[in-house]
Design a binder for this molecule. Structure first.
Ligand code: AMP
Ligand code: GLY
Length: 426
């Protein structure tokens, strides 16, 4: 069959790479894709948020499956519209995607399902939000309710900074209408982990554990980004905690969504804060994480297509997945200046040499091909250099060996991806 993948980041290149290995996939079309996906399949010049354009593309191409990478088209109802056309699509409906698209909704769902999460208040009035903070004191995470491209969370060590964050989000509308409602949440200490599962509305099939690196700077300093690197497995989620995350977070969420009459199909991503043997949910996402997808799919054995089809068709209980014993690490190479302003159009050198190393895949994110035929930078996160190794240490070494072979002017990457795993393993 033909598969359309919606999106153009590292996650989508990884999905295209993995799905193109399926004996049942004849062609992969990416909309809009990047320079990497163009090598695996064909790119169609339709943006991931252009719902009308994507529907026309799907009508023209008649794919057997559409796989939606990013959250925005899911929240805009792309899957609902495709299904109405009789086209099978992987991802949650618009109402189910509210688990990510509205932080207030996801908190309500967690309360309803008894899922452990930080104490919070939801406000439509900035004055009421400030009073909530003043009465309680302490440190806060102040969050715009709606989608804000991963930027709508401000971490505040004290009440005055929380007041400023509330003004920024609700009064100055720094993240637009996403900030009309605001969630003020108790600040949680600990180490973050990502736990993802496939879901078909009823059954959940967990993936391996992973950990992202959200901050731009080494040692988790500086502003948050879309993610500067990831690895799997994540030792912070020991076997017992992984089981607990499945039983106390993922399964109750899927059950609660089904009870509401809005069954959840697709990937459910729980962002967890782990402290000792306690875990709490920081957020839900309605899709694969980027860059968590890169190490997860690099480790996943066998064919991904039947798993996605089982989610769409409600047959996940018949399905299993296995993961290689190897570890995998993804180092994100970004354009200098990201997550603020950065330049585009710089020619990238060395991708082939890096890709040729054993166990290495260079997944493209913000790349394109210029008129001269060179692969150039075209986004903030440019490449996800991903390597497998017999353990996390070997995978880290391999990923950095590969990254060091790649060059463009002002390329930036964190040198400490995976360091927390090494510290835990001692
Ligand atoms: P979110 O989009 O809600 O996951 O927030 C983005 C990032 O902000 C998370 O990955 C954490 O690093 C941080 N964060 C969010 N909520 C909290 C919290 N309650 N306590 C501490 N850090 C948080
Ligand atoms: N890596 C974090 C995310 O995809 O939201």
């Amino acid at each position: 069959m033909k598969v359309i993948i919606v999106g153009g980041g590292g996650r989508e290149h990884t999905l295209a790479w993995k799905l193109s290995q399926s004996p049942d996939v004849e062609e992969v079309v990416c909309a809009p894709g990047n320079a990497g996906t163009a090598r695996v399949g064909r790119n169609a010049a339709v943006g991931a948020e252009n719902i009308a354009g994507l529907l026309s593309l799907a009508k023209e191409e008649s794919p057997g499956l559409v796989v939606v990478g990013p959250e925005a088209p899911l929240a805009l109802g792309l899957v609902d519209e495709l299904e109405a056309l009789g086209i099978r699509a992987f991802g949650p409906s618009a109402v189910a995607a509210r688990i990510e698209a509205s932080k207030a909704f996801s908190k309500t769902l967690m309360d309803e399902a008894g899922i452990p999460t930080a104490a919070y208040g939801v406000f439509e009035d900035a004055g009421a939000a400030r009073r909530f903070v003043t009465e309680r004191g302490g440190a806060w995470a102040v969050k715009a309710d709606g989608l804000a491209a991963g930027k709508g969370v401000l971490l505040c060590p004290d009440a005055p900074s929380a007041h400023a964050a509330i003004s920024q989000i609700m009064e100055q509308r720094a993240f637009g209408e996403a900030g009309a409602t605001c969630v003020v949440e108790e600040f949680l200490e600990g180490e973050e982990a990502s736990f993802l599962a496939f879901a078909d509305g009823e059954t959940a099939l967990p993936m391996a554990s992973a950990q992202d690196h959200k901050a731009i700077g080494e040692g988790d300093t500086g502003p948050n980004t879309g993610g500067m690197g990831a690895y799997s497995p994540a030792p912070v989620l020991s076997g017992a905690l992984e089981e607990r995350a499945l039983e106390t977070v993922i399964k109750p969420a899927i059950r609660a969504m089904a009870r509401r009459g809005t069954p959840y199909r697709g990937v459910l991503y729980a962002g967890l804060m782990v402290q000792g043997d306690e875990l709490k949910v920081l957020e839900f996402n309605c899709r694969f994480g980027d860059p968590e997808c890169q190490p997860l799919l690099t480790r996943m054995e066998g064919d991904l297509l039947p798993v996605l089809m089982a989610c769409v068709e409600g047959r996940l209980h018949e399905t299993t997945i296995s993961y290689s014993q190897d570890a995998a690490v993804c180092v994100v190479m970004a354009a200098g200046g990201y997550p603020d302003d950065y330049r585009k159009g710089d020619p990238i050198h060395g991708i082939e040499d890096a890709d040729a190393l054993p166990g290495v895949h260079v997944f493209h994110a913000g790349t394109s091909v210029n008129d001269a035929g060179d692969v150039v930078t075209a986004g903030g996160r440019v490449l996800g250099v991903t390597a497998r190794g017999m353990d996390i240490r070997a995978a880290i070494a391999r990923a950095y060996e590969a990254s060091d072979l790649i060059y463009w002017e002002d390329a930036y990457f964190r040198k400490d991806i995976g360091a927390k795993a090494l510290r835990r393993l001692g």
